[in-house]
Ligand binder design. Structure first.
Ligand code: NAP
Length: 244
């Protein structure tokens, strides 16, 4: 499916992955509605950069810990036309060893990584099916993690939320067919994520390909899922074999 002329709402667009998502989709001719939380300057730089290259992009600030701001984001984003693609890349990654973590930390992790994508998908679905217009194409893409498939010690809230997200993608793929496809990518460690050189070298040794996931490879996987209408309910691991 040609993405040209479509509109995508991308959450977490100021993240390490999110900014590449926006730039990649803009290059494909997609209008990018870029959500961010704290990084105003980065969000506006991203949007200006896309516009300078002839693309269409807008930035929207919101804090997903507040449900009202989720609704407001969706309303504001929709003013730029019906949304065809929803990508939830915003996320929170934190240890929660149960002996020391707080209840609030657990709630925040579950909320941002699982509850918010479901809330946003609900708004997306309602607007898609209520528009009355026959729209042949709509896509939801979640960002899971290989921690959903092979959980790590001390990250129970994060891993549980991401595992829940993969289950949600598969359930929603059934519920929302045939109008909307729902998929997830489960990245391993993406290039640029681990800054400590010694730690990075140790981690690389444990990955069969011997390297972190290049951003270009992750973007290829995203485009593949967005462009291929016959794939739904898929959780695509992009991890250099780390989960094996
Ligand atoms: N990087 C990796 O190696 C990796 C590996 C596996 C899975 N993933 C998953 O891929 C996704 C993207 O990862 P990333 O590395 O790009 O993450 P990141 O760099 O930590 O970025 C997180 C994004 O979420 C936004 N955000 C954080 N708290 C928020 C809140 N309360 N309300 C609204 N937005 C909020 C941030 O906005 P501001 O920056 O504006 O504050 C930022 O845009 C995440 O879901 C992550 O779990 C990443």
């Amino acid at each position: 499916m040609d993405l040209r002329g479509k509109t995508a709402l991308i959450t977490g667009s100021t993240g390490k992955i999110g900014r590449f998502l926006a730039e990649t989709l803009a290059q494909e001719g997609v209008q990018c509605l870029c959500q961010y939380h704290r990084q105003d300057r980065l969000a506006h730089k991203l949007v200006q950069g896309i516009r300078r290259r002839g693309g269409r992009a807008f930035a929207f600030q919101s804090d997903f810990q507040d449900a009202e701001q989720i609704r407001r984001l969706f309303q504001d984003a929709q003013k730029h036309g019906p949304i065809d693609i929803l990508i939830h890349s915003a996320g929170l990654f934190e240890k929660t060893p149960l002996k020391t973590c707080t209840e609030q930390q657990i709630e925040d992790l579950i909320r941002l990584n699982l509850t918010v994508p479901l809330f946003l998908t609900r708004l997306f679905v309602k607007s898609h099916f209520s528009s009355g217009r026959k729209r042949p194409f709509a896509k939801v893409l979640f960002f899971a993690d290989i921690g959903a498939l092979r959980p790590w010690r001390d990250y129970s809230a994060y891993c549980a939320a991401k595992a829940g997200l993969t289950a949600a993608a598969r359930s929603l793929a059934k519920e929302l067919a045939p109008g909307i496809t729902v998929n997830a990518v489960a990245p391993g460690i993406v290039e640029g994520t681990i800054r400590n050189r010694k730690e990075a070298a140790e981690r690389r040794k444990k990955i069969p390909t011997g390297r972190f996931v290049p951003m270009g490879d992750l973007m290829e996987a995203v485009l593949f899922l967005l462009k291929t209408d016959s794939i739904t309910g898929e959780v695509l691991t992009v991890d250099g074999g780390a989960v094996l």
